[in-house]
Ligand binder design. Structure first.
Ligand code: NAD
Length: 437
């Protein structure tokens, strides 16, 4: 894997000139800045407020030296970006993926800020990443990477400062290591420093499937707005990881016909609907949906253009660009992933009358139950699964209705409406707190 040493002097994301006026329109940060620019325009904010909202409060670049099992040493690049902490501590996932870089982490941190505000959580937005492909490393190596990364972040994380959760390439086990490393260094067990941890160390019932449940609540709400429901629709889901696999299952449980799913190796298609339980067993045995005997193979690109009603991108950023957006046949795109649609892709989908339920709303179920987990951990008092499911459903429905109402009232897309709500809540916090000194 990479041996590059991160440059600790890389400057914070420039707030205005480069990134808010001249986006290169290539990466997730360009998409995120485009979206913010659109919200700022709709809200009529001045450049000073725009700069405040566009600029991460804090960024940490860390070197993560790793002794491999064979005795050799590698130095990995790690990042943590706290985009905003005006409404509360930073909150956001930790990603392990080979292509992670500071701009991707900045984009993901910014999206977390708006997402937490849209569902009205007392959090800011943050994100972390290590440039590593976890599949090439042993469990012991991943534990060493996680502990070293965490120890480098000690000064900026904590239940009142910045709270991590799993994302691509990280798991409950990763969160357990983060929690333990933090706790050993502070001298007492601190479950509130991470969410998405195992139940046995203070995790919450319902957290592992919360993002996917939220995606399905969002899909149901959007379908209901059009006078239909899950039993009437067909679905395709891109990505079969923590979000996509459970989302596919919950869509099917709700009566939808899930005809295609994919992972990074490719996808599978069955016109009559996939047997998701059998597929899950196949994935447990082979680590991929590919080769599932009860379905036909299908490419990831082909999946995006399938003739289905609902498309759920639940894998990575930038998969729906202008080109692939032109081929989408679905009437609804429900974004399980963060940033799956580029700015150009978004314009194409809007022009074509396709309803996009945006990431900062559609996949907010994960952070909502993360919040429940944090509240429970801080109080050392645990809620039942039913309570959590009800509170999650209520939060998602309330947030969806607020966004849909705003979209109708202002004649804007659900994405712009969600951004306007999220961004204005953060801006209000800025204004009320004032500028120090
Ligand atoms: P994961 O690592 O568990 O799964 C990712 C899945 O995407 C895997 O099936 C992988 O094979 C597949 N994939 C990777 N590259 C792909 C490609 N180019 N085409 C098709 N499939 C590809 O990650 P996850 O936690 O499920 O996260 C998926 C997305 O959801 C990410 O955008 C993440 O930021 C977002 N998200 C996750 C959570 C959460 O709670 N885990 C919460 C909110 C948003």
């Amino acid at each position: 894997m990479t041996a590059s040493v991160p440059d600790p002097h890389t400057p914070a994301a420039p707030a205005t000139d480069d990134q808010t006026r001249h986006p290169s329109r290539s990466g997730p940060l360009d998409t995120a800045q485009d979206q913010l620019r659109s919200a700022v325009r709709l809200l009529g904010y001045d450049e000073g407020m725009h700069a405040m909202l566009a600029t991460p409060r804090r960024e940490l670049h860390v070197a993560v030296p790793l002794r491999r099992d064979d005795g050799s040493v590698q130095v990995l690049a790690g990042y943590r970006v706290q985009h905003n902490i005006s409404r509360g501590p930073g909150k956001g996932g930790l990603r392990y993926a080979p292509g992670v870089d500071i701009d991707e982490v900045r984009a993901l941190a910014m999206w977390m800020t708006w997402k937490c505000a849209v569902v009205d959580l007392p959090y800011g937005g943050a994100k972390g990443g290590v440039a590593i492909d976890p599949r090439g490393y042993s469990t012991a190596e991943l534990e060493r990477v996680t502990r070293r990364y965490t120890s480098e972040l000690m000064p900026v994380i904590g239940p009142e400062r910045d709270i991590m959760a799993p994302d691509i390439g990280t798991t409950e086990q990763t969160m357990s290591w983060v929690m333990d490393t933090y706790s050993v260094n502070t001298g007492f067990t601190t479950p509130g420093v991470v969410t998405g941890k195992p139940l046995a160390v203070g995790g919450s019932l319902g957290r592992a499937t919360a993002t996917s449940r939220g995606v399905v609540h969002a899909a149901e709400a959007a379908l209901a707005d059009a006078g239909t429901g899950l039993p009437e629709v067909t679905c395709a889901v891109q990505g079969f990881g923590k979000v996509g696999s459970h989302a596919a299952r919950f869509l099917a449980d709700g009566g939808a016909r899930v005809v295609a799913v994919s992972d990074e190796n490719g996808g599978v298609y069955a016109a009559d609907g996939l047997d998701l339980a059998a597929l899950q067993r196949h994935v447990a045995e082979t680590s991929s949906v590919q080769g599932f005997p009860q379905a036909d193979p299908i490419g990831n690109d082909e999946l995006l253009g399938l003739d289905v009603d609902v498309l759920v991108p639940a894998a990575v950023e930038n998969v729906l660009d202008a080109d692939s957006a032109r081929r989408v046949k679905a009437r609804w795109v429900v974004e399980g992933a963060n940033g799956p649609t580029t700015s150009e892709g978004d314009r194409v989908l809007a022009e074509r009358g396709i309803t996009v339920v945006p990431d900062i709303l559609a996949n907010a179920g994960g952070v909502v139950v993360s919040y429940f987990e944090w509240v429970q951990a801080n109080q050392a008092y645990w809620w039942s699964e039913v309570e959590i499911a009800e509170k999650l459903a209520q939060r998602m429905r309330t947030a969806y209705q607020a966004v849909a109402t705003r979209a109708r009232a202002d004649g804007i897309t659900l994405r712009d409406a969600a951004l306007v709500i999220g961004v204005s809540r953060v801006a209000e916090a800025h204004q009320l707190r004032g500028l120090y000194p």
